[in-house]
Write a protein that binds this ligand. Structure first.
Ligand code: PGA
Length: 232
């Protein structure tokens, strides 16, 4: 299973290190065999070479090594911190920051060319979901335009926008149906994200079509994240 914590704009560098130390100890003590990822905010990234068992990635980066891209980090800055994993296409970046599909695909191409592990997010709005399963699948597939689905280090996260941060995840039937339809087009792992928490993680990850979870709010406390890992 793949479990990833997305801190979004929460935690500082100091609290991220503290979190990582606790998490790493927990993974060691429990001989955890799952793949655990953590995406802290950009300014909380550090050279975490002393932390074992957790792969730390960036929530975003610009598709260039360096240059005149005010406010952005490029691959040169990530390299210094030995970051080799990136999250692309999150609905908050597509929606709030206006990232287009073409830009998401450009980021994908650039970071794939550097051999990064790429978490690539897709997900539909409530309006699209209400239009039915066919419209939902069509929309999600359109968010994969320009993405090389055979890239060996690709992990896709299906995150319905209406379930993100709302406390109400998609139903097990919706997750099962959507993942099954998407998996017909994919060979990479497919994670679910959107209000995954301590009380629903076990049943969501028990679905055979689900290869892991991307967790936001419920991952912010290390004790909760560890408990979630224990439940799978
Ligand atoms: P949530 O966020 O778990 O708070 O719903 C998930 C995500 O946006 O990755």
């Amino acid at each position: 299973m793949i479990l990833a914590a997305n801190f979004k704009t929460n935690h500082t560098r100091k609290s991220t290190r503290h979190y990582l130390e606790r998490l790493s100890n927990f993974l060691f003590e429990t001989s955890c065999e799952h793949d655990i990822f953590l995406f802290p905010p950009p300014l909380a990234l550090d050279f975490f070479d002393d932390i074992g068992g957790v792969c730390v990635g960036t929530q975003n980066a610009y598709p260039a090594p360096s240059g005149a891209f005010t406010g952005e980090a490029g691959s040169e800055q990530l390299e210094e911190l030995a970051i080799q994993t990136i999250l692309i296409g999150h609905s908050e970046r597509r929606g709030i920051l206006g990232e287009s599909q073409a830009f998401c695909a450009e980021k994908f191409r650039y970071y794939a060319s550097l051999g990064y592990t790429i978490f690539y997010c897709i997900g539909e709005s409530l309006e699209v979901r209400r239009a039915g399963i066919e419209a939902t699948i069509r929309h999600n597939l359109s968010q994969l335009e320009g993405i090389d689905l055979s890239y060996p280090k690709l992990i896709i996260a299906y995150e319905p926008i209406w379930a993100i941060g709302t406390g109400v995840s998609a139903s097990l039937e919706q997750i099962q149906e959507t993942h099954a339809a998407l998996k017909a087009h994919l060979s990479c792992p497919l994670l679910y994200g959107g209000s995954v928490n301590l009380s629903n993680i076990a049943e969501i990850l028990a679905l055979p079509e689900v290869d892991g979870a991307l967790i936001g709010s419920a991952s912010l406390k290390v004790e909760d994240f560890c408990q979630m890992i224990q439940k799978i």
